[in-house]
Design a protein around this ligand. Structure first.
Ligand SMILES: *Cc1c(COP(=O)(O)O)cnc(C)c1O
Length: 376
């Protein structure tokens, strides 16, 4: 019987435990296991909580297997490390800066990387080389919420026998399933929506099939050793049970805030794939079930005025990261550092689960009092 995500989220990550029959799988902290038939060996290689977490994530993404890591960056790095030296990689021009730094710095001299506009299928097609081994997409992208056509790019990749991997962090497995659109690998920072409470760091790669590349990623996980702790796996499995419902409320709140900002004074542009004004809204509507809770907008002012607006907000916490129950806001260029291409007045918002009318009232209050604060 095919199960729906709400049911998978609650049941797939619960391994049956013999003996006292707890309803919820306990945390197994033991690093080692007695040598007996069928027993695990050692916790870096395998741990019951990690195994349960990998099971639920693989099912939510409609993949065959998942490998969990101690961070999203470690998950992404495992994919890059699994490629033969000298491979050519196509990566998006708008991309999570931590993974971009890996490709530009850590893998310099190991991988050849071209950053292309993944929204432009012709540009992607033209960028392929004979030694291209991986196309990496991130959709919606950070911080401009650009949408890449996963099915379209997967078509190109299949013609050229190139692996397609998708960073699905902004969408969550609830709103977008890249493997069903033709991607080979999907990656998440589970620090974000999957964890959902801004209290743990984690990452995952899910594979559509047990390919040799997948076996290499599994080896990198087990031998490289960037694995999450049993505690982190336990809390992620717990968080996933409410993920489908959290995502719905996140998306509903974000839509209300995006519509408010579109008409608000002092805001010149809103980037949210759920708005009809987003250039790729039809594509987003095709490949996503809903549009997530990340949005960016341009504040009419310089960096200092933009910071003053952010400081005037009371319910929006000025902090990096995203996907938690609390709304976070940041001036993105300040976080990305001096070599960023992000405009200095671009504000990124991770809309949380507060009541949307309280959030909107706070935005109105901050916009109307800004002249007062700038004078001081
Ligand atoms: C946060 C993030 C990552 C990196 O994940 P960490 O858990 O911080 O290592 C990768 N991709 C996207 C889109 C992210 O938002």
């Amino acid at each position: 019987m095919p199960l729906r995500p709400e049911t998978i989220a609650i049941h797939a990550g619960n391994e049956h435990v013999a003996g006292e029959h707890p309803v919820i799988q306990p945390i197994t902290l033991s690093t080692t296991f007695r040598h007996e038939a069928g027993a695990l060996l050692y916790s870096r290689t395998e741990n019951p909580n990690r195994r349960a977490l990998e099971k639920v994530l693989a099912q939510l993404e409609s993949g065959v297997e998942a490998a969990c890591f101690s961070s999203g960056n470690a998950a992404g790095m495992a994919v890059f490390q699994a490629l033969p030296a000298g491979s050519h990689v196509l990566a998006p021009d708008d991309m999570y800066h931590g993974l971009r730094l890996q490709l530009k710095n850590l893998f310099a001299g190991v991988l050849e990387v071209d950053f292309v506009d993944m929204c432009d299928l012709e540009a992607v097609r033209a960028a392929f080389r004979p030694e291209t081994a991986l196309v990496w997409v991130e959709t919606p992208s950070n911080p401009l919420l650009k949408i890449s056509d996963i099915a379209g790019i997967s078509q190109l990749c299949k013609e050229k026998k190139v692996v397609l991997a998708c960073d699905n962090t902004f969408a969550s497995p609830i709103f977008q399933q890249p493997l069903l659109l033709g991607a080979d690998l999907v990656m998440h920072s589970s620090t974000k929506f999957i964890g959902g409470h801004s209290d743990l760091t984690g990452g995952v790669v899910v594979s559509a099939e047990k390919s040799p590349l997948w076996e290499k990623i599994r080896t990198i996980q087990q031998v490289g050793g960037a694995v999450p702790s049993p505690f982190d796996c336990y809390f992620l499995t717990r968080s996933i049970k409410t993920l489908p419902y959290r995502m719905r409320a996140h998306a509903a709140n974000a839509m209300l805030i995006a519509r408010f900002l579109e008409d608000a004074p002092s805001i010149s542009r809103v980037y949210y794939p759920g708005l009809e004004s987003h250039p790729q809204h039809p594509l987003a509507a095709r490949q996503m079930r809903a549009f997530g809770s990340m949005l960016s907008f341009l504040f009419e002012g310089d960096a200092q005025q933009t910071d003053a607006f952010i400081e005037g907000l009371q319910l929006f916490t000025n902090a990096t990261s995203l996907g938690g129950v609390e709304t976070l806001i940041e001036r993105r260029a300040a976080v990305e550092g001096p070599d960023t291409k992000t405009p200095e007045n671009l504000i990124r918002l991770s809309v949380g689960l507060e009541h949307p009318e309280d959030l909107i009232a706070d935005l109105i209050q901050a916009i109307t009092t800004i002249p007062l604060r700038i004078k001081n």
